[in-house]
Ligand binder design. Structure first.
Ligand code: S3P
Length: 185
């Protein structure tokens, strides 16, 4: 059993589709006896539909409102690991809500690795385009500066197993907590 320092109330995972946020988040939660929450799952449960069906039903803008609503509802929560959808950083109104939950961990990977991981399944509606590879390239260009802006901790996941990424995050969260306490002194 691993544990996080008491000053870390939650962990927030951000990053592009296919960087392993849900799998890694679930593993950290299990190892540290924390609750695991996934914003996409919350939305899926709300509609009893898949993300692709929800996009088709209400459109992307309303989906983004649902993501924002998840973050509002989670404010004040403790002892959880939150995996977010890759587009959550696109709305500035989400930034303070993400920050208030706890340290933000950016899981990153190269475009090639992301392509290799996401092209295996058709569950992501944003990639149902004529040229999904170009869509990924464009979204990476828009989003990486925002992930970078928000991240307290960055983990390059290329070549690492989910277990190794979880190890990195648990160690980095302890270091981060030490540093942020020093900054408060
Ligand atoms: C999205 C990422 C997806 C899901 C939706 C939109 C995005 O989540 O929220 O398909 O805009 O990048 P994952 O990052 O878990 O794939």
């Amino acid at each position: 059993m691993s544990s996080l320092p008491p000053s870390v109330s939650n962990l927030v995972l951000i990053g592009f589709m296919g960087t392993g946020k849900s799998s890694v988040g679930r593993e950290i939660a299990h190892r540290c006896a924390l609750r695991f929450v996934d914003s996409d799952s919350l939305i899926r449960k709300r509609f009893s539909k898949s993300i692709a069906e929800i996009f088709a039903l209400i459109g992307e803008a309303a989906f983004r409102d649902e993501e924002h609503r998840c973050l509002l509802e989670l404010q004040g929560a403790q002892q959880l690991v939150l995996a977010t959808g890759g587009g959550i950083v696109m709305q500035r109104r989400n930034h303070p809500l993400l920050r208030q939950l706890g340290p933000i961990i950016w899981l990153t990977a190269t475009e090639e690795v992301i392509w290799e991981r996401v092209s295996r399944n058709r569950s992501r509606p944003l990639l149902h385009s004529d040229d999904p590879r170009a869509t990924i390239r464009n979204l990476i260009k828009q989003r990486y500066p925002l992930y970078d802006l928000l991240a307290d901790i960055t983990v390059e996941t290329t070549g690492l197993t989910h277990h190794q990424v979880a190890d990195c995050i648990i160690n980095a969260a302890s270091d981060w907590s030490g540093r942020s306490n020093e900054e408060c002194d």
